[in-house]
Design a protein around this ligand. Structure first.
Ligand code: HEM
Length: 456
């Protein structure tokens, strides 16, 4: 390596670099600043695009775009039920680039949920949550929660029919929580109905509380990646870690190797968001009318999966027990006992990949059948109308779902000779795919009265 990069490299492995002129001094300062939260050098394999797909970095970029456009919009937005809707209209129609800034904010917020979710899947499927990275998974989940809260609180701000009723539906689901439901719903709405108090609370959470939490959590998250000496080391299937010595691993400098790649990913992402924002406007319906509910009234798309669950399960299960079990399972993922050392191997093994595909195909077959059976009145409640809803619509279908999962797990173990770890991974894929199909059904295939419709 020659030139300044070569001198920096040599200074890191041998002796400190003494800058020879102002230009070099500037570079050394920038370099040292970047290395506050980065290791100096990284295994070459970890900076390949196809290892992390840059998804964590993309999340950060989207957050920065959101913060910038959000601050710009705060100059025009009025957080009052009287003025919010008009201020958005004025911003779009009369403020220079106002519509574009709003579009960028809207699309970045939606992409952020997708990107963070994909990042979670990447970490899961490369086993990046084990050993020293266990707790970073938990911080990641806190980040995911903040991203969802941020999107949810922002959803209400335009104060149009779409936002008003989506938040009414979502906060209405809280009331199904036994004993504390009504109270909790009142806390979230800051009153019995959604009104000025709700709007100002959502605005404060959206513009202050959640962004501050996100910044703190992201700092912690990156610091833990740094402490774990970068991301998990990618391995080919069956590549043994024990055979590798430190000298077998090729290293590259964080600056420029990683920085350059991050820069390329960030530029492409921003260009993509710009193009989408130029061609597709953020939705804005009629001004909110609390007296007239649209039909269908749907929750924001990322909560529509739970709304869809409500159509198939008793509210106690749909809103409380199933989401809580899912959240607990996600929290425990890093702390389960794993039998094989597959850290860094995509999908654990060739068989892991195969069984994951089988899980997706199973979800694609079973879920639509389940939805159709319920829709056309041949579900447990319809067949046993005299029994209590908590049994017919709750315990019976949940036990049935557990049975399907158990049969799937056993079938994967036997038919594909899957290890326990592979079978657990396949079960995770099955449940995730079912939830995604529920979400897609709620978003695209539900019409008036939440009946099934064909969207095209
Ligand atoms: C705003 C949200 C998030 C941001 C900005 C973020 C950012 C990052 C970045 C930049 C990395 C380094 C590697 C990469 O780019 O993939 C990383 C790694 C990691 N993230 Fe996140 N992340 C977020 C959410 C999450 C979530 C939801 C989870 C999982 C529940 C998670 C768990 C992890 C773990 C365990 C690592 C270390 C993985 C490894 O070593 O391979 N993160 N994150």
């Amino acid at each position: 390596m020659t030139g300044l990069a070569g001198r920096i490299w040599r200074s890191l492995v041998r002796r400190p670099l003494v800058p020879r002129n102002d230009r070099e001094r500037k570079w050394v300062v920038i370099h040292n600043f970047i290395l506050h939260f980065r290791p100096v050098r990284l295994p070459a394999k970890t900076v390949e695009y196809t290892h992390t797909w840059g998804l964590g970095g993309m999340s950060l970029v989207l957050f920065l775009v959101l913060a910038t456009t959000g601050i710009l919009m705060m100059f025009a937005y009025e957080p009052s039920t009287q003025g919010a809707y008009d201020s958005i209209r004025t911003m779009q129609d009369e403020v220079l680039f106002g519509r574009l800034v709003r579009n960028i904010h809207h699309w970045s917020a939606n992409f952020l949920i997708v990107v963070v979710f994909l990042h979670l899947l990447r970490v899961f499927f490369t086993g990046g949550y084990r050993g020293t990275r266990q707790f970073n998974w938990i911080i990641g989940l806190a980040l995911l929660l903040c991203v969802l809260i941020s999107n949810f609180t922002g959803y209400l701000l335009p104060w149009d029919q779409l936002s008003y009723w989506a938040i009414t539906i979502s906060t209405g689901m809280i009331s199904y929580i036994p004993l504390a439901g009504e109270w909790l719903q009142n806390v979230v709405r800051d009153g019995a109905e959604i009104g000025q108090a709700t709007l100002i609370n959502f605005y404060t959470f959206h513009t202050t509380v959640v962004p501050v939490l996100l910044i703190l959590l992201m700092g912690w998250h990156f610091w833990r990646v740094r402490k774990a000496r970068g991301v998990v080391m990618p391995r080919a299937v069956d590549e043994q870690r024990d055979n590798q010595t430190e000298s077998d691993v090729d290293y590259v400098l964080t600056v420029p190797s990683l920085l350059f790649r991050e820069f390329v990913v960030a530029l492409c992402l921003v260009a993509f968001v710009m193009v989408v924002s130029l061609f597709f406007n953020a939705p804005l319906g009629e001004a909110a009318n609390p007296g007239m509910s649209p039909n269908p009234a749907k929750a924001p798309w990322y909560f529509v999966g739970i709304q869809e669950l409500l159509l198939h399960f008793h509210p106690l299960f749909a809103v409380v027990l199933i989401p809580l079990t899912a959240a607990l399972a996600l929290l425990l993922i890093p702390y389960f006992k794993y039998h094989d050392d597959t850290e860094g191997i995509w999908f654990q093994s060739v068989n892991g990949r195969r069984t994951a595909i089988v899980a997706v195909v199973t979800a694609l077959i079973v879920t639509p059948i389940w939805i159709a059976v319920d829709e056309f009145g041949v579900g447990p409640t319809a067949l046993l109308p005299s029994i209590a809803p908590i049994i017919g619509n709750g315990i019976v279908p949940v036990l049935l779902a557990c049975l399907v999962l158990f049969v799937f797990y056993r079938a994967i173990r036997r038919a594909y000779s899957a290890t326990k770890d592979e079978a657990i991974q396949a079960s995770f894929v099955l449940l995730t795919a079912v939830f995604l199909i529920f979400t897609a059904t709620g978003v695209w295939f539900r019409g008036a009265g939440m009946a099934l419709v064909w969207p095209w």
